[in-house]
Design a protein around this ligand. Structure first.
Ligand SMILES: [Zn+2]
Length: 82
């Protein structure tokens, strides 16, 4: 893992954001400042890839919205796996 990603994960734990499932593995992340970003996940060769519509995400940088949505995505995938 890169330091960027580790920082992003730590930040995602500190900041309270709400996540709404939009369907098709897309999530709406709402920050405390009421910014809204869409995070989408897709599976490529068995690995999960996420993309965020925020400025960092559009530059392919690790942002803190991604790990937050990832937690919800993992929970949903676990529930629907049965
Ligand atoms: Zn983001």
């Amino acid at each position: 893992m890169t330091q960027n990603l580790i920082n992003a994960i730590e930040k995602s734990k500190r900041i309270k954001m709400s996540v709404r499932y939009l369907g098709q593995r897309a999530y709406l992340v709402i920050t405390p400042a009421n910014h809204q970003y869409t995070v989408r996940f897709e599976m490529i060769n068995g690995l999960r890839y996420g993309r965020c519509t925020c400025l960092a995400g559009s530059k392919n940088l690790a942002c803190y919205h991604l790990p937050k949505a990832g937690l919800v995505d993992s929970a949903i995938q676990t529930m629907t796996a049965h």
